[in-house]
Each structure stands twice: as structure tokens, then as C-alpha cells.
Design a protein around this ligand. Sequence first.
Ligand code: GDP
Length: 445
Amino acid sequence: MASALTDKLSRLVKNLSGQARITESNVTDMLREVRMALLEADVALPVVRDFIARVKDKALGQEVIGSLKPGQALVGIVNKELAATMGQGVSDINLAVQPPAVILMAGLQGAGKTTTTAKLAKHLIEKRKKKVLTVSGDVYRPAAIEQLKTVTAQAGAEWFPSSADQKPIDIARAAIDYARKHHFDVLLVDTAGRLAIDEALMAEIKALHAELKPVETLFVVDAMQGQDAANTARAFGDALPLTGIVLTKLDGDSRGGAALSVRQITGVPIKFAGTSEKIDGLEVFDAERHAGRVLGMGDIVALVEQVTAGVDIEAAQKLAAKVKSGGGFDLNDFLAQIQQMKQMGGLSSLMDKLPSQLTAKAGAMDMGKVEKDIGRKQGIIHSMTPQERKKPELIKATRKRRIAAGAGVQVQDVNRMLKEFEQMQDMMKKMSGGGMMKMMKRMGA
Ligand code: GDP
């Protein structure tokens, strides 16, 4: 998701990390990049403008200018502002009314209203222990009524029958009556889909709203709609007093920008996220988590801090000088590098902070195993004599067997470690022309 935004913002961090100070003019430059990134992630233009204005205000304040780590400071502001724009914390369905609490579902055809109605029914039954009734007001598509019947049964809720020859408003009245008489806690009302904003259908759902007086009017919107989601949200938000949003198909290849747009335009919280076609594919929307995850940015700020904290600059400079002066890179240096990796707070905790896209790629990697592997390498080097560490070329078959026995590993493990050492030695030689310091700089040191 949001690969463009991820790439851009990651590049931004890198560029900024190299700068000592931030001035008003380079804040403007950087914000231009953030603006492009948001547009590429399909956030609607007016929403982007607003967002940038807010970030600029903060960035030009004390928070960035004069900051020791301006790059992180700016990205921190962007991240915080993203979370704030998407709403803070979580908000579940409001049921604080005399039962039955009516929930009206609104949105375009295909947005996922019927599916979400059933998912919500299941959620309310299982998580909130409620007795739930569903009804469809879609008198234009008999198949939609049947679809709701099927998925309602899957959810374990009760379905109230309706048919194509009825008026939606009569269906609504009958369903409420039934819900009252049979002591239902919640009545979920699925409505007719519309392919595009249509005056007649808008009038119909307004009338339904007036009749039902729902405690929740949820706007269901497909996250894959990108820019169009903003226009749909505006139309529905103008017609109905919305109380929440359900963002569906977040499991798909959406660019995430829709979340920002619909939240900002309607001003109501995103309450749920649809994460699969299945009946249990519904999550309570957690704005803070999604600000980073949905936009694929990950907790870059924390990541940058963790990485730079773990790097011992002085040791790295010494090592660079040693390699440059022809001092070579031996197993002692290799050991120091391994130890440094461990100091960075554990690889698995680093992984948690990476953008979701990257972790998806690394998903197959077992971080516990990787950490164990680092420990094994340390053990192997500790089993060597000081002389062997300085001159690894001394390590032949007999010595290998002794080292393996000492470290409690196989000879192949010793071979593998020596091979890795040679590769790193090679890389160090290539970088000895000052490349290493450049690399350290890029890491924000
Ligand atoms: P409606 O016309 O608004 O009632 O939309 P439907 O509920 O019929 O959903 C349209 C299509 O989107 C169906 O194929 C659903 O299975 C699918 N769908 C709905 N929500 C999600 C979701 O969160 N993730 C995925 N992958 N598909 C969804």
C-alpha cells in the first residue's frame, strides 16, 4: 500500500538527515515533496492543501527549526498530523439509546454495504452481546435482499423479510415495529445501492433517515476508490448527518489516501475497516496505527532514532580510519559489527517499526532465528585464539574442527561464518575510500 508515499518519505528522511539545520526555505522544499507524496497516494487535493498548511505551521515553529535532528522532527510532525487527521483512538458503535438502536448503512453500490451489515451484526453479537436484526431497503434489486438474508444467517443474526413491491419507508417501519416487539437491541438497515450520486436515491435515503432516526448513520466507502472517495463522501455528508465511516477493502491494493480524504471531508470518525470478503473481516479502526501502517510509512521516526542510537560513531570512525590506512578488517572488527547489531535493540523490534510493505517482504524471515544466528557467530569467534582472529587465513581444517567443538556447532557453521566475514571484508575494502563515512552520515549520524 501507498508505496509512492513510503518511498518519498523515506527518501525525505535520508535527505534531511544529512542537513545540519533547517531553514524556512528548505521546509518549503520538503513540504512540496510531502504534498506530492500525498497526492500520489490518492489523497484529495483540498485535503492535501489543508494538511500541508497545518504541517507547515508546526514545522516553522520551534519544533523543527533549530532542532538537532530536523529530519526526524519534520517526519515526526507529518506522522502525528496524519494520525490526527485520521482521528485519534478508536470509536466503536454507539448504542446508548433506548433499544432498538437503529444503524443506517449508506454508500455507493458495490462499496460493501451488505457485506459490512453482516460483519457488523456478527461484531455486535460476539463483542457486545447484542440481539441483532437486519433488514434490506433495496427494493430495486431483489438479489440484494437475498444476499442480505444469506450473510445475516452466516452472522448468526435474524433477518427481517422485505420485497421489491414494498416502499423502503414501509419496510423500515415494519422492521422497527418487529424489533421493538421482539426485544432486539439493534436493527441494521441496509439501503439501496447507487452507482453514482443520484438525486432520487439521495432523497429516498434522507426520508429513511428522518423516519428511522438512527443512532448511527454509517457511510460505507471502498478504500480502492481513491480520489473518487472524496466526492462520494462529500455528497453523502451533505445529504445525511453521518456519524461514522466504514472503510472497506483495506486488504486490497488501495493506496490508503481515501482514509485521509473521507475523514477530513466528513469530519466523522472512521469506525471500522473491512479487511476481507469474509464475515469476520472487520476491524475496529485504530487511527494511530493506521496513520503509519495504512500509508505505509511505519514508525520511521522511532526507527531512525533506534538505528542511530545503536551506532557507535566513534568506533565506526576508528574502523574506517584503520581500513583506509591499510590496517585491514579482521575477525575482531567483524565481532564488533555483530555486537553492534545486537545493541540496536533486537532485530524483531526493528522490524515492527518498518513500513508494512517492507515487513510484508521480510515476512517469511523468522527474526528469532536471525537473532539466534548472530549469537552463534559470536560463539564461533569467541572460540578462536587471538591470533586466529587477527589472521583468519590461519584457520584450516584442524583448527576449524576445534573451533566448532568449542562453540558447540558444526564445521559447516564455521565455514559459513568465515564466508560471510570475507564478504564483509571485501565490502570494507571497497568502501575504504571514504564511502563508509558517507554511509554513516546517511543513517543520520
Ligand atoms: P454493496 O453493493 O454496497 O452492498 O456491496 P457488497 O456488500 O455486495 O460488496 C461488494 C463486493 O465487495 C463483494 O464482492 C464483497 O465480497 C466485496 N467486499 C466487501 N467488503 C470487502 C472487504 O473489506 N474486503 C474485500 N476484499 N472485499 C470486500
